[in-house]
Design a protein around this ligand. Structure first.
Ligand SMILES: NC(=O)c1ccc[n+]([C@@H]2O[C@H](COP(=O)([O-])OP(=O)(O)OC[C@H]3O[C@@H](n4cnc5c(N)ncnc54)[C@H](O)[C@@H]3O)[C@@H](O)[C@H]2O)c1
Length: 388
């Protein structure tokens, strides 16, 4: 029976928990989804904090155990924004309970777990989507359209950077993001995963990879308090080992013959969320910088002689995907809007029984590339992605 409301249960209430809560709130305000969205319950382990989050973000109820959240029969969708080591267990249990599943990236700690998650959602025949939110920026959608229309011709290069600096200080504590058992990897799976997804979305599948990585600061003080990306350690705190990469760089050959280079680092002093890429083709090029996310630079080799140059397109016109749902032309949008767009698409896919995108299959493909790079680093040689 078709439902007129899809009820959501959200696991996690911090960085992504807040971004997703905001998205569920805004979808109905700015878009016209085919069904209503019920913000039924939010889940976290600390009762006082999750209660406060429920009230502040507008959830009807809260739970302190994700198992209890999944057991509820008034919930249709489980949305996972817990740290990456919990993704597999929660997603598989949710699928088994017949819930549709949205999961943050990276899908899992490793390729094997990611494949198990994909098998579980397919077996349960539920909808599944992964949080590669950057795909949903209007300028990225425009980039995709230009490439699909052949405006760049044959693609030769993808050159991607994801530069942050939030852990440059050696006294920045040992948060979960620096623990392999919880995060899977460091800059690679956190930042590199987004670049990999965008490269797959815009250029195509990866054939082979070779990489290098480094952990510049090997020991850090144990964490005392953490909020989002900022955390504090007590003076004289005990030290613990960093078990993930601080920076990972790799090269790829795409199956269509294009070449790619990728750099993901948390040690690019001065860069806060510097995700950018350039794509060069036989007929043109595009450039994108996330911190100027409303803009796409486009160069056409077919422009009139004497007028060649990169043009700056502001992707805020009604013809640009999602832009007409927001403000008049030139009234720019931001980071949080990418989450509203991804949730709108997920809800529509469930309501209209359409395919979701990017789904857990895309999550598995990303994990396969992440792991191929890790194997290449370990063995100091090229690795065929499909060999894993
Ligand atoms: N799409 C993106 O750009 C993006 C950005 C940041 C993080 N992420 C991903 O989102 C996930 C969460 O990252 P974050 O930055 O929001 O982390 P965070 O530390 O800010 O929040 C994690 C949340 O999970 C909750 N949690 C932890 N263990 C739990 C458990 N056992 N049961 C219930 N709740 C639990 C915590 O209470 C907290 O609310 C990670 O997988 C990360 O890779 C994605």
């Amino acid at each position: 029976m078709k439902k007129d409301t899809l009820n959501v249960g959200l696991v996690g209430y911090k960085f992504m928990g807040k971004a997703h809560s905001n998205a569920f709130k805004k979808v109905g305000m700015f878009f016209d989804p085919s069904v209503k969205i019920g913000m039924k319950a939010i889940c976290g382990r600390d009762e006082a904090w999750v209660k406060e989050a429920a009230e502040k973000y507008g959830w009807e109820d809260y739970e302190t155990s994700w198992e209890d959240l999944i057991k509820r029969d008034d919930i249709d969708i489980i949305d996972i924004t817990a740290p990456s080591n919990f993704h597999k267990e929660i997603a598989i249990a949710a699928a088994k309970a017949g819930k549709h599943v949205f999961c943050e990236k990276p899908l899992a700690l490793n390729l094997k777990d990611a494949r198990e998650m994909l098998a579980a959602v397919k077996e349960a025949n539920v909808k599944h989507q992964i949080g590669f939110n950057y795909r949903f920026a209007p300028a990225i959608q425009l980039a995709k359209k230009l490439i699909d229309e052949g405006k760049l011709g044959t693609i030769y290069h993808f050159r991607g950077l994801y530069l942050q600096d939030f852990i440059v200080d050696p006294n920045f504590p040992l948060v979960w993001r620096l623990d392999k058992k919880v995060a899977g990897s460091g800059s690679h799976g956190d930042l590199g995963a987004h670049l990999i997804d965008l490269a797959r979305f815009l250029v195509g599948e990866f054939d082979e990879v070779i990489g290098m990585s480094e952990t510049f600061i090997k020991k850090r003080p144990l964490v005392e308090k953490m909020t989002g990306l900022s955390a504090q350690a007590q003076e004289g705190a005990q030290m613990g080992e960093v078990t993930v990469d601080d920076a990972t760089l790799f090269l790829t050959r795409f199956k269509n013959g294009a070449l790619g280079s990728f750099e993901a680092t948390r040690f690019a002093t001065g860069h806060k969320n510097g995700m950018s890429f350039e794509i060069n083709g036989s007929k043109g090029s595009i450039k994108f910088e996330f911190e100027r996310m409303n803009e796409l630079q486009y160069y056409s080799a077919e422009d009139e002689e004497g007028l060649h140059g990169f043009r700056l397109i502001q992707a805020t016109e009604d013809v640009h995907p999602y832009a007409d749902a927001w403000w008049p032309v030139g009234h720019v949008i931001g980071y949080e809007h990418t989450f509203v767009h991804e949730m709108y698409e997920f809800i529509e896919a469930i309501a209209k029984d359409k395919p979701t995108s990017p789904d857990f299959h895309d999550g598995v493909k990303c994990s396969q590339i992440l792991e191929a790079v890790e194997v290449s680093i370990e063995n100091r040689q090229w690795v065929k992605v499909d060999s894993l």
